[in-house]
Design a protein around this ligand. Structure first.
Ligand SMILES: [Zn+2]
Length: 277
């Protein structure tokens, strides 16, 4: 227990450090005026998009397929599911994404992936928290799609883990970064067809048996940056199900919507992805 004098000292030191921090932020703003997260145009407030980029974002909202989270052009009733979900029921329960994958999300994700830019993860997580609101009930555990250890060493950064941590802070949900590992190094999903992508990641993930035991009965929400064909999150879901964790949902920042203007296998833009499926 500190004496009154010590408490005053601690309080003073605390306030001094707060003041310095604020001064630091103000100085940084002067030195580096805030810019758009996607295109670097100057903006009034930090950590957001300029209006030109913002209007290009296409949030995914209802009506949507309750399983795959694909947007429907018109409402087809509460029980209507997409043809894709019907043709090939996924090994997870529900997938939700914040925005349709396109030029602006592509820029954001590529910056998120290669730069040490936590404000990007925060921005994406804010949109994901809203898009995934139906998934947060009953305290699920957030599980990022892992990178292979060798790739993590190269990059020093797993963007899915950053998204999961930012989402955890916003929703108050726990994050389990050690439950799933990428046991086999896979080639990048670039330019692979749907079946090629599935084959590439099949059996690439391992689940820690002790962590799985502790989480038995708990729901898991997989976190990734982009949902392309779903090959990656499906492979992770299959690994989790083998470990007897079978209540699985998925949340991503962006999602490719087939039939949308956004090209699916555009090689240049997709060469920036590796963990997308
Ligand atoms: Zn912009």
């Amino acid at each position: 227990m500190e004496s009154a004098e010590e408490l005053v000292k601690i309080d003073f030191a605390h306030r001094l450090s707060l003041g310095l921090k604020r001064l630091g932020t103000a100085m940084l703003d002067l030195a580096y005026p805030p810019v758009c997260l996607a295109c670097a145009a100057p903006v009034a407030v930090a950590d957001t998009l300029c209006s030109a980029c913002f209007v290009q974002l296409r949030p995914i909202t209802a009506p949507l397929c309750p399983i795959l989270g694909l947007p429907f052009a018109v409402s087809m009733g509460p029980d209507a599911i997409s043809a894709e979900a019907m043709a090939e029921p996924p090994p997870f329960g529900r997938a939700r994404a914040a925005v349709v994958y396109g030029e602006v999300p592509r820029k954001i994700v590529s910056k998120l992936k290669y730069g040490d830019r936590p404000e990007l993860a925060r921005f994406c997580a804010q949109l994901m928290a809203g898009a995934g609101h139906a998934l947060w009930r009953d305290a699920p555990v957030l599980v990022p799609v892992p990178l292979h250890r060798a790739r993590l060493r190269e990059r020093r950064y797993n963007q899915s883990a950053e998204l999961a941590r930012a989402l955890g802070r916003l929703t108050g949900l726990p994050v389990a970064t050690n439950l799933v590992t990428r046991s086999r190094r896979t080639r990048q999903q670039v330019g692979l067809s749907g079946t090629g992508r599935a084959r590439n990641v099949a059996g690439a993930f391992a689940v820690d048996p002790e962590a799985a035991l502790r989480l038995r009965g708990r729901r898991v929400v997989l976190v990734d940056d982009v949902y392309t064909t779903g090959a990656t999150v499906k492979a992770v879901s299959q690994a989790l199900r083998r470990a007897k964790i079978d209540n699985i949902d998925v949340v991503t920042f962006a999602r490719v919507v087939v039939g949308d203007d956004a090209p699916i296998y555009e090689t240049q833009s997709f060469s920036e992805h590796s963990s997308d499926g």
